[in-house]
Design a protein around this ligand. Sequence first.
Ligand code: FAD
Ligand code: NAD
Length: 476
Amino acid sequence: MTLAVEHYDCLVIGAGPGGYTAAIRAAQLGMKTACAEAFRDPAGKPVLGGTCLNVGCIPSKALLDSSHHFHHIAHEAKAHGITVEGLRLDLATMLARKDQVVRTLTQGIAGLFKKHGITWFQGSGRLRDGGQVEISPWEGGAPLTVSASHIIIATGSVPAALPGVPIDNDRICDSTGALAFTEVPARLGIIGAGIIGVELGSVWRRLGSEVVLLEALETWLPSADTDIARAAAKELKRQGLQIRLGCEVQGVERQGQEMHVAYRVGETIEWLVVDRLVVAVGRRPNTEGLGVEAAGVKLDARGFIEVDGQCRTTAEGIYAIGDVVAGPMLAHKASEEGVAVTERIAGQSPAVDHGLIPWVIYTWPEIAWVGPSEQALQLEGRAYRGGRFPLQASGRARAMGETAGLVKVLADAKTDRILGVHIFAPQASELIAEAVLAMAFDASAEDLARTVHAHPTLAEAIHEAALAVDGRPINL
Ligand code: FAD
Ligand code: NAD
């Protein structure tokens, strides 16, 4: 039996960074708002926060931070005159801390929903025609039908599968499994040397695993600036991450506790023997069970929900945001689209500048960029000037003992407007914000060069790279 329930101004399906942000903003704008969310934590309890908070950005960064501390104490502290005897890894505590960080943040979202009077339907939503959504409660029982003037789909993405390598969540895992190994694998194989591959590979490498990444492409990280990718590859290799390029995985055989992975390199078949295997070959939009066809919501050829520049789907009154629509699969892209879509529903005219979405890869040092790479500008035939500054010449980087990185600023040859900023440095995730802000205000490289930067800071490397665009770095 289907019971009718009340009408909402705005109903959001999915409470990841896209959906929960949209719901909060809708409520702030005075809309009667509800959000359906199907995610459950490992104990089976319904939770908000989606991929990002539960099994993505937050737990991975918690482990990256913890493993960085461990590795730093084990390998770098000595150079600072600090000797630690009896250093020991307590992985159970490290994992429990990560889980607590996740719990605190997901409960925080629940608190925000309460504060804003947002109704949380704990179950999965399915689109019906006529602005209706059927919600199947997680505990079972009769579905509820909710109607809404505006429906926002924010159902995110799920890991892409690799034929011949079935995930068993024991020895062969996706990223979720790789956030919860209860012991450090002696030999860890990762298929895909993309963002998840190098971030989670870094975690386990720092904790002692031998890590091999099998990457299909011949070039590592082709979307990053070549100079940055080259510097990062060199440093990750030094840290012990073995990235093998041009590998076509054929399949995997389980022999006892060992995984034997067959992969082709050129004409040769090679084998990698590991104790744990992680598949990290990208993510795909999640529209399963959503009933898009019934509602007249079209998908594009790659399975993303088709939207116009304002996140409107092909069905009247239905919008889609975040990973389920095309564009970078990033939490901040999802949440900015969530804000913009609700503000448009409320009659405002916001815009998300998709050209100014920063990318960050949380290796150590971190990789971050905004705007096109130098090779992309060359392909485009764009006239530009570039300035580079190596961290070797940075006082702060020297003081930290972190001189592996560099900063590159690219500016239009004629107008000097900044086109792209590329960073490989500790805290690049924080440093990139300056570049995004500068570019959002159409700043020139000269504007950056004339901005006073505190000394000694890593941010001075951005200042110097901006000066270098005009051939006048001071400390190089
Ligand atoms: P999601 O966060 O995927 O949320 C979608 C939600 O919708 C889910 O909770 C799902 O349960 C729910 N849902 C789906 N279908 C239904 C339905 N029918 N009814 C009800 N609910 C439904 N991005 C970054 O920017 N920075 C990072 O550092 C970063 N690290 C990452 C690390 C890992 C290991 C992974 C896997 C991803 C990472 N990402 C990171 C990517 C980031 O998690 C996603 O881009 C982001 O979560 C997308 O947000 P979203 O709201 O579109 O979808
Ligand atoms: P990815 O696209 O970053 O990397 C996947 C890699 O797997 C690519 O290098 C690809 O060439 C390779 N690959 C594909 N098929 C393969 C095959 N058959 N054999 C070997 N290699 C293969 O995807 P991901 O690392 O799975 O992460 C998914 C998405 O999640 C990212 O693109 C990103 O949008 C998001 N994410 C972001 C962050 C962050 O912002 N720091 C962190 C983690 C994830």
